[in-house]
Design a protein around this ligand. Sequence first.
Ligand SMILES: Nc1ncnc2c1ncn2[C@@H]1O[C@H](COP(=O)(O)OP(=O)(O)OP(=O)(O)O)[C@@H](O)[C@H]1O
Ligand SMILES: [Mg+2]
Length: 498
Amino acid sequence: MTALFPFDNSFARLPDRFFARVAPTAVEAPRLVRLNRTLALDLGLDPDRLESPEGLDVLSGRRVAEGAEPLAAAYAGHQFGQFVPQLGDGRAILLGEVVGRDGRRRDIQLKGSGPTPFSRRGDGRAALGPVLREYLVSEAMHALGIPTTRALAAVTTGEPVIRETVLPGAVLTRVASSHIRVGSFQFFAARGDVEGLRALADHAIARHDPEAAEAENPYRALLEGVIRRQAELVARWLGIGFIHGVMNTDNMSIAGETIDYGPCAFLDAYDPATAFSSIDRHGRYAYGNQPRIALWNLTRLAEALLPLLSEDETKAVAEAEAALTGFAGLFEAAYHGLLNRKLGLTTMRDGDPALAGDLLKTMAENGADFTLTFRRLSAAAPGSGPAPEPEAVEAVRSLFIDPTSFDAWAERWRRRLDEEPGSAAGRKALMRSVNPAFIPRNHRVEAMIEAAVERQDFVPFETLLTVLSRPYDDQPDFAQFAEAPEGGGRGYRTFCGT
Ligand SMILES: Nc1ncnc2c1ncn2[C@@H]1O[C@H](COP(=O)(O)OP(=O)(O)OP(=O)(O)O)[C@@H](O)[C@H]1O
Ligand SMILES: [Mg+2]
């Protein structure tokens, strides 16, 4: 019989000091909450077998799958600006890598599968609520078209985890292009281990930037690759109102995927100062700060890479600075390009960033819901055909405390659209493809978690997954899932470390 996972491991071939080999801890009474059958097929796996008792044993950590080489990776990281030289996978265990049907190599990792040598004071476990949040939000991000780690399965363990209260335990099977983080490089840099740093960089180049190997300075090319991916990723986050919530350097992926959905949340009413995480008291990781923090983290990566950039220290710093200088332009281009598409503009003119910026400012002053404003604008966009229905315009206006402030802006928008090529239908289709109707609204995610944890009711989880798998379609049967919460969702809080 063939193996459940056709593992083809490369990270496990790196030197011993990169990780601790450790098996998952067996759990009492595992039960499958959900298997992502579509993803399983994409990875070339057999979903029926994964759903069988044999699969459940592996997905819950009761049995080590054939070919797996379980390990917890070492990494360091800046947490809220403070450097911690040793973190590492304290509750995650990499089983190995598989090469999917698309030829892409992906990590298969269990999160919440028991203690590792990096657990510090933690129990190595995850509670059901955060596991369901990560499953749902990462899959929603994927459907929204945003680079992310994926969720292959969620299982309950049948064992309690002790947090502020006693909660049901769970394990998430996470799939990622890799789990190499900015903090992975910081781990070796902090130890002055240049050979470790080089081995990690070469591994990262092979996996994420193979063309960098041919560059004049491969390590600068790697740094530039990470900078480009992160600049584009953060622009995409802003485009859907995503707030990561804990952008520590150990939560920033070299592959450019969104990773670690601990305290993440989405904007309801637009306000760039929004920070939902209870431990983010100074708003370090607020919505509008994310580009600045990404650059701060990338600067830490560049510092870690200095010994590889050149043997001459002055030259190394010059290489790092030159690469980092590129961030602003890449981010601005991605962000303003996206904002323009959200407004139905396919060309870029000098005044466009100000036009978009003034809409956002008016939304902030008027408590307008971010997602609804842009989605409804798609229906209110004028074109070469008949004028938009008055109801469509009114649907946007009504989101603003002072609707006349929207009218003043909309006048400028219409004049700008008059200069655009293309048909009205094409414009609407473009806008609908970048302005989702459905995002994982915070109040819906909380209600879903409460139902599962308090009442063992997984129907809201399944329903939300269904709705969020087609975020750009109208889905009239699920219209209530597009609605904003009462009061713009301002009092919402998320909690870390669960
Ligand atoms: N319950 C726990 N037991 C042991 N270690 C933990 C626990 N919770 C968090 N940690 C560790 O604390 C550090 C910071 O946690 P953080 O919340 O950023 O990550 P995470 O959600 O556990 O994992 P990841 O970044 O892999 O998604 C990580 O090294 C993590 O492994
Ligand atoms: Mg983390």
